[in-house]
Design a protein around this ligand. Structure first.
Ligand SMILES: NC(=O)c1ccc[n+]([C@@H]2O[C@H](COP(=O)([O-])OP(=O)(O)OC[C@H]3O[C@@H](n4cnc5c(N)ncnc54)[C@H](O)[C@@H]3O)[C@@H](O)[C@H]2O)c1
Length: 253
């Protein structure tokens, strides 16, 4: 029975979390630190990151702060070079646009694809290059969306960006497996974060969503944190290239 206990710990791992100041990224960062990781917190603004770092340290964990714009290629390269060796990445920074397809503007298309696709690819590439250089392997978790698995009305550009994240995840998993690097995606349904604040303020919308979700509730950021920490760690050592929906059962229908 010596090895019967699954290893859900991240003790000894250095994990970069992008978009770590708010919402899902903040919850993932707190959970990864609670699981024993040294968490490198990234987002654009230092004050928001400092607040999360203080929460982690107050709980007895370890955090470093690395502000950079995940939509800016030069900033990404410089920041990841400064981050030091990494064992894990949660590629979470992202944004949404909600507009009918017939009205989608070129500016919004550029904004969403630059951050959600180009930025996510460049962050993952820079981190993976570092993992290959250390030769220790690693685990990358891309935060996609159920809009990366099925269509989403009035979010065509967002859905396109998250389908791209799924393609990136699967292709990276195939190419990086020989280096001992696993790559998976977590696909949240609607989550109660600042990104969804306008939707959550609409009582009619919230009631209709609850009625549609088999588990009967909208996801909270902590619902995404556990699955992300699981995929980062040794308990998931046989898993690569998957999409893990965390949506209260919406995509089971
Ligand atoms: N909230 C939802 O319902 C939901 C559902 C499915 C998927 N997601 C995905 O989860 C991820 C996080 O979403 P959230 O709801 O927590 O969002 P949020 O807006 O609450 O937080 C986003 C985080 O990303 C950071 N960020 C935004 N732009 C950035 C940039 N250019 N450079 C660096 N950091 C940047 C913000 O500072 C913040 O820390 C996104 O990729 C989003 O698409 C969210």
């Amino acid at each position: 029975m010596a090895n019967a206990k699954p290893d859900f710990s991240l003790q000894g791992a250095r994990v970069l979390v992008t978009g770590a100041s708010l919402g899902i990224g903040r919850a993932v960062a707190l959970a990864a630190a609670a699981a024993g990781a040294v968490v490198v917190l990234a987002a654009r603004g230092q004050p928001g990151l400092d607040a999360v770092a203080n929460e982690i340290v107050a709980a007895g964990g370890h955090a470093e702060v690395l502000p950079f714009d995940a939509g800016d290629p030069a900033a990404i390269r410089a920041a990841i070079a400064a981050a030091g060796p990494l064992d894990g990445l949660v590629n979470n920074a992202g944004s949404v646009t909600r507009e009918p397809f017939l009205e989608a503007s070129e500016g919004e298309i550029d904004r969403i694809l630059t951050l959600n696709v180009k930025g996510a690819a460049l962050v993952a590439q820079a981190v993976a290059q570092g993992m290959v250089a250390t030769g220790r392997g690693g685990s990358i978790v891309n935060i996609a969306s159920i809009a990366g698995l099925v269509g989403a009305r009035n979010r065509s550009i967002y859905a396109a960006s998250k389908h791209a994240v799924m393609g990136l995840t699967r292709a990276m998993a195939l190419e990086l497996a020989p280096h001992g690097i696993r790559v998976n995606a977590v696909c949240p349904g609607l989550v109660n974060t600042p990104l969804a604040a306008d939707l959550m303020a609409d009582a009619g919308f919230v009631a209709a969503m609850r009625a549609r979700i088999p588990l009967g509730r909208i996801m909270e950021p902590q619902d995404i944190a556990g699955p992300a920490v699981f995929l980062l760690g040794a308990a998931a050592s046989g898993i690569t290239g998957i999409a893990l929906p965390v949506d209260g059962g919406v995509t089971a229908e």
